[in-house]
Design a binder for this molecule. Structure first.
Ligand code: SAM
Length: 281
């Protein structure tokens, strides 16, 4: 394949099924001078499968800043470089942003070989609106921070896409149920792999669905969350304040529960607090 010299190629790789690698991706990986990989040993397995022995170097979140000048220097000497991550599209919840910014700033060409991305794959099967969506990446790992972030996102009317790991899927599902109630969520798990599964449930039913079979808690997950219904704030507040407080009160104190409920419903803090006190009695 003909390449303009001094190009950085951003190459998407499979998220499970190796047959999903694009033929052009294989050509680029075989012909560049070096492949910058998030984990060189992980990428070695893909390259062995393809019969490619292009030299590799590591580029991960801890060394990316140091790698940028080094790789820009190689592009300046006319070398071609491919960037890959462990799976899917580099830069999407993966390293590479600093490299791409640095390479563009230095005036070199950046080109894409598009392909698999778990967020887009999940959206395409979720059956939730896709005309407008927000990609949130991973929600915060700390429970308090995660709940705060979810409360901030609860009014978002666009479809929301989040990544989650097997370590936190149950805790995140509990929080989603508490904050979002009956809002539909599609959980897409192990996409393109042997145990691929996707299910759409009301948020409050997700914890129970996961608990019913420990296999459902394994692997890699994308959560596609229906956007908030667009209703006048006052009407939304009247309808959902009690339901929301009933979900929040077992998880948080009266003050915190009412603060979150007030923010989500548009009801005054004082009103939400008085209602929370009444419900707690
Ligand atoms: N860059 C990747 C992409 O384009 O999708 C994402 C990398 S991020 C570090 C890894 C997360 O992506 C996983 O924790 C999971 O949430 C999601 N993911 C990756 N592969 C997946 C798959 N086959 N099925 C479901 N989710 C997946």
């Amino acid at each position: 394949m003909q390449q303009i010299s001094g190009t950085l190629w951003i190459v998407a790789t499979p998220i499970g099924n190796l047959a999903d690698l694009a033929p052009r991706a294989a050509d680029i990986l075989a012909t560049v001078d070096v492949i910058a990989a998030e984990d060189t040993r992980h990428t070695a397995r893909l390259l062995t499968h393809l019969g490619i022995d292009t030299p590799r170097l590591s580029l991960h979140e801890h060394n990316e800043a140091d790698r940028v000048p080094q790789l820009v220097g190689r592009l300046a000497r006319g070398e071609n470089i491919a960037l890959v991550s462990d799976a899917g599209t580099p830069l999407i919840s993966d390293p590479g942003y600093r490299l791409v910014a640095g390479v563009r700033e230095a005036g070199h060409v950046v080109q894409t070989v598009p392909g698999p991305c778990a967020a887009i794959a999940a959206l395409s099967v979720a059956g939730l609106p896709t005309d407008r969506f927000v990609f949130e990446g991973f929600l915060p790992a700390r429970p308090a921070n995660r709940r705060t972030r979810l409360a901030e996102l609860a009014d978002e009317s666009r479809t929301l896409v989040c990544y989650e790991s097997s370590h936190r899927i149950c805790a995140t599902a509990d929080d989603l149920g508490a904050v979002l109630g009956t809002r539909p969520i599609t959980l897409a798990r192990e996409l393109t792999k042997r145990y691929e599964q996707s299910v759409t449930l009301g948020a409050e039913r997700l914890p129970e669905w996961l608990a019913a079979d420990s296999n459902r808690q394994r692997g890699e997950f994308v959560l596609v969350i229906a956007g908030a219904p667009t209703r006048p704030a006052a009407a939304a507040g009247e309808i959902s304040l009690d339901a929301l407080l009933e979900e929040l009160l077992p998880l948080a104190g009266t003050k915190k529960a009412s603060t979150i409920a007030a923010r989500l419903t548009g009801v005054a803090k004082k009103t939400a607090y008085a209602r929370a006190l009444a419900l707690s009695e």
